[in-house]
Each structure stands twice: as C-alpha cells, then as structure tokens.
Design a protein around this ligand. Sequence first.
Ligand SMILES: Cc1cc2nc3c(=O)[nH]c(=O)nc-3n(C[C@H](O)[C@H](O)[C@H](O)COP(=O)(O)OP(=O)(O)OC[C@H]3O[C@@H](n4cnc5c(N)ncnc54)[C@H](O)[C@@H]3O)c2cc1C
Length: 641
Amino acid sequence: MTKNTMSNTDGQSKGTGHPSATRRIRNTLKHMSTSASMMVPVKRAEGGEEVAEPPRWDHKGTDESKRHTKWNGWGYADTKFFVNDEGNVELTGNRYSTIFNTHRVMPSFRPWVEKIMSVDLAYLSLARENYPTLPAPIYNKPFLEDISDRKCYKEIYTDDQCRLYHGHGHTCQEVFELRHHETTKRMPDVVIYPGSHDHVVQIVEAAVKYDVVIIPYGGGTSVSGALECPEGEKRMIVSLDMQRMNRILWVDRENMIACIEAGAIGQDIADKLEKVGLTMGHHPDSEEFSSIGGWVSTRASGMKKNVYGNIEDIVVNFKLVTPKGVLQSGGEFPRISAGPGVMQMAMGAEGTLGVVTEVLVRLRPSPVSRKYSSVVFADFEHGVMAMREIARRRCAPASIRLMDNMQFQFGQALKPLSDTPFQDEILGSIQKAYLFNWEKLEQDKMCAATLLFEGTDKEIKMQEQAVMAVCKEYGGIGGGEENGIRGYFLTYVIAYLRDYGFDFYFMSESFETSVPWANVMGLVEGVNTVISQECKKHGVTVAPFISSRVTQTYDTGACVYTYFGFMYRGMQDPVKAFTAIESAARDEIIRHNGSISHHHGVGKHRKKWVRETVSDTGMTMLKAVKDGLDPTNIMANGNIL
Ligand SMILES: Cc1cc2nc3c(=O)[nH]c(=O)nc-3n(C[C@H](O)[C@H](O)[C@H](O)COP(=O)(O)OP(=O)(O)OC[C@H]3O[C@@H](n4cnc5c(N)ncnc54)[C@H](O)[C@@H]3O)c2cc1C
C-alpha cells in the first residue's frame, strides 16, 4: 500500500538490514550456540564482532512507546491499587489525572468492597515476585539461519522473560497462573520483531519452508486465551511481535484515508492523528495497549462506535500475509461488488490465517468540541428503555453507556478525596435529598448513563436536546458533566482492580455479548441467576459480585457487558470453578439469543460455541479457508476452529 504523493507522518526509515538489528541477530545466534538448553547448534557470529552477552528483552518497551507494563497483571507497572498505612485504598503513580486530579485516596472504597464483596483484608494472597520456570525452548536451526541470512527482522529475543511476556493475554485464568504457578505451560520459543511488511513476508515464507509455527502478537490485551500456545505443539513457536511496525505510513487528506502499520498502538495512533486534526474514532477500553492489527484480527469495537462505527466500518482495506501469499483485495475505493468479501473473511481470524501488516483506515476530522454528561434513571429497566428509544430515533451520541445499580455504587465508592470535602458533603446532601425525597429514587435501584457528545457546539446542543428529551420520557434526570467525565474515564482504571482483588482472594472477569433489544433484560436477569446458582454449586461460600452495563447500541439490539467475581478463599481449585461458572453464563447468554461475543473475540475460550454460531455449513466454509490458505497449519495458535 504505497502512496508516493502522501506524507509519512513520523518520517522513520524502513528497517531492512539495519546494522544494529543484524548485530543483534548474530549475537542471539551466538548465544544460542553456547546455551546449555539449546537443542540445535546454530551459526556463530561473523565479522569478528565482540559482544559477550546476548541482548535481553526489556518489558519497559521502546523509547517510542514508553510502555513499562507489568509482567503478571494489567497495565502500567507504576499504577496499582493498594491499601495505604491509614487503611484506605489508594492508586499509585500519577496517571489518570482526569479522575485522580489531586488526591489518589478513595476513602469509601474499602468499606464498600468489604460489605459487597465480602473481601477480608486480613487474608492476603499476593502474587509471586520471581518469574516462573519455563519449559525448555525448541529451536529450529535452519529457520533461524535462513531469517538471519535474509536480515528480515528488527529484533529477536530468546530469554525467558520475553517468552513469558508473549505467551499470554489477560484472562482471569492466565493472570492467576502467572501470579501463583511455579512453572508455565507451553510458551513461545523465540520472539521476533519484524520491521516492515516485507520482513513479515519473508518470515512467513521461511516458516512454511521449515515448518515453524507463527503466533502474531499485537498489544497482548487478548481476553479470550488467543495468545496461549497450544499444549503439545512440538514445532518451534515464534511469537511475532508487531510493535516495531508502528508507523502511520501516509495520510491522504483528500480522500480521508490513512495507511497504518499493524503494530501501532491505539493511543499512539489517536495522538498522532489528533496533532494533525484527524481521527479514526476507534477507542476500545484497551486503547492504551492494543494494536490496530489486533483490532482487525479480533473485530474490535470502541467506545465511540455510534458515530464512527466498529473496526469493520472503519477499515477500508488491509494486507494479510498468509502462508500461501499476500491477501489484498482491491485498493482504496469505498465499496466493491465482486462476490463475497475476502477481506471480511480474513477479518476476525485471530491470527489463524496470516499476519495483518498494514491497514487502510477511514479518517474523520477531529471534533471541534466534546461534551461529557450523565443521566440518572430510577432503575436499569428504565435506562434500557431509554437507550432503545435513542437507538430507534438514531440520535445516539458518540458514546452512551448505561451502568446498573451495582456499577453506579461502585463508581461512587471509587471517588477520591476532594480538596473541598465540606462543600462536597453539603452539595451531596442536597443532591441526595433532591433525588431520594423529591424524585423518589431508591439508592439501591437507581442507575446512570454516561454520555459523550462530539461535534460543533451547535451540533452538540442539538444532540443533547434530542437525547435528553428521550431520557426524560423514561424518567431520566440530568446527572451533570463531572459524573459523565468520571464515568467515561473510570473505564481505564477499573481494569487495574482485578489485581487488587486477587491480592485478597477475589477473582473477577468481564464478558460481553450482543443481544436483541427485546431480550436485554431477560438476559441480564438470566445471567445473574445462573452465576449465583453456579457459584453455590462450585463451592463459592459468599454471594458473587455481578454487575452489567449496556455499552453499545444498534438499531436491533445492544451490547451487554457483565463483570462478575467471587471470593475464593478456602476453595480447592478456584480457576476450575471460575471456568465452569463463566461457561454456564455463556450458555445462558446463548439461550437468550445473545452472541458468542460482541468484541472480545473467540480465541480458545469460546471455541466450543462456534459451530452453533456459524452452522455446520459455515464450519465447513471456515475450515476450507483455513486449509486453503494454511495447509500445513503454520498459523497454529488454535483459535476459533
Ligand atoms: C482491560 C481491557 C479492556 C478491553 N476493552 C476492549 C474494548 O473496549 N473493545 C474491544 O474490542 N476489545 C477490548 N478488549 C479486548 C482486546 O483489547 C481486543 O481483543 C484487542 O483487539 C486485542 O488487540 P491486541 O493488539 O492487544 O491483540 P493481541 O492480544 O496481541 O492478539 C489478539 C489476537 O489477535 C492476533 N493478532 C494480533 N495482532 C495481529 C496481526 N497483526 N495479524 C494477525 N493476527 C494478529 C493474535 O494472534 C491473537 O490471536 C479489552 C481487553 C482488556 C484487557
């Protein structure tokens, strides 16, 4: 996807044959040849270069990304919830200042968690500090020599830290294992960072030739087990980390298209485009860490899908390097009528058909203004009815998310200390008096929606009027801008809470589905009942935490997103129980005509529901595509099929 006339926004040069990369390859091979655990001898360094130590991978990330992330939990290494010396919950670091402006202590959170989740802080279950033991790597010498000769990558790593980091995503099961297990299961043997589309073509070619497995790695935020290596895989497994392919290659303002390398991370893309007054409008909750190649491969969905669409609406075209060659259909035209869309078949393939290397996306001008807001409803059902009517009238703003009562309480409990506690208390009492005495809302039923409007001031005003008119019809009361901002940005922070829960024997996860409007309430109630029953059946002794929200709306239905968790102290095999409960919840979702997934994908966790989702004939089709593009199963991560 070259474009001579367009500008390269970051001006990086192509990486092929970079001298430092070549030196690194040689060093790695040299290291391998002397390593005790090496299974095959490999080539020695040439040219008399003197480097004693092989390069070690550093999870602090590159200078470009500055992403120093945890190896056994979610997010930035400097950001963590903990109980401070005064016994209050506090967030470390200085990130997420939109919510934690001056204070990072949340005085109400601990009592709320103790009451609602039965968490007892006297019992600690801290994560191990040292790395677990990894299985010995399997090396394929001819493959390594071949790619070394071709100089077709930027970096290569073989150390255990790097292998471990690339062998998992962020499911509850994976994180629990990282925290507590002494040894790990099958891990990638080598991690390779390509620097260009051509590098990937050559690596895949060599993998086919020497029968080596490739597992593409984007941002590592998978929540479907998609990055786990299949147990029993005897061939060498290469984790192909795309993060050095992170450039916006060109921007075409006339046609409003950009070409972006697959390893570019969401937040970096957004920041770079924003600087030149443009946006893709794709903002998944994981955007700080997930990549555009990962989004295409999992059919991701962002917070602003109402205005900009889901990833499949934003992507114009992309390149997929398959074991049978490069799949690329057409060019930059907006639509085509030429038989079934082959790129659509490849989208959502989760690394089973090939490697996404470059993505053409549709752009929009950055909005002139943004306005956050919130609405309070008497209960979840009224909120859902309002969301449905907003979707029916096609007046949904960029983002609209409805939280149930439990999540509403949760958000309140997470409020940090204020600079003006006295005034806040008075204001809070007045608001409460108004809501509970005047509007007759009940504290344990009310729920709230957060809203984000984008456009010109005039457009925002019109959108707001239309949305608020519908909300009023269902008893909605304006909740103010500040709550809207908090609700919107809290999303990024909530992901850190799972690690906090783990520290005190509490495990949790989120799952999602899309469901016809008529079934939303039935599904939420059904899932709540099933989780409660299954928890009892599997030995959970206290009531589980269950909370839902509606995160995306469509003409015909909505995305329902559920958090659930339970206290597992004293349980024999909590992960087994957790997996069984999660599976029963998905069965219940499917009974209510909900989808196998709205945006998290299938991976290995939801494979068992694929056949009933796509039908026997659909399964035959998927298998035919897989066999046609990858007859020797090089892309063998075992997802979907
Ligand atoms: C806290 C949290 C919040 C989340 N919020 C959202 C959300 O709002 N919306 C949403 O859609 N998802 C969300 N997710 C899920 C996850 O972020 C998405 O599935 C995301 O698209 C994965 O992108 P990634 O770059 O991290 O891919 P990875 O996790 O690295 O990989 C996911 C799968 O895609 C394959 N893959 C990755 N890159 C490529 C490539 N270049 N070519 C071929 N295959 C590739 C991998 O092999 C793997 O099978 C969330 C996850 C977490 C942990």
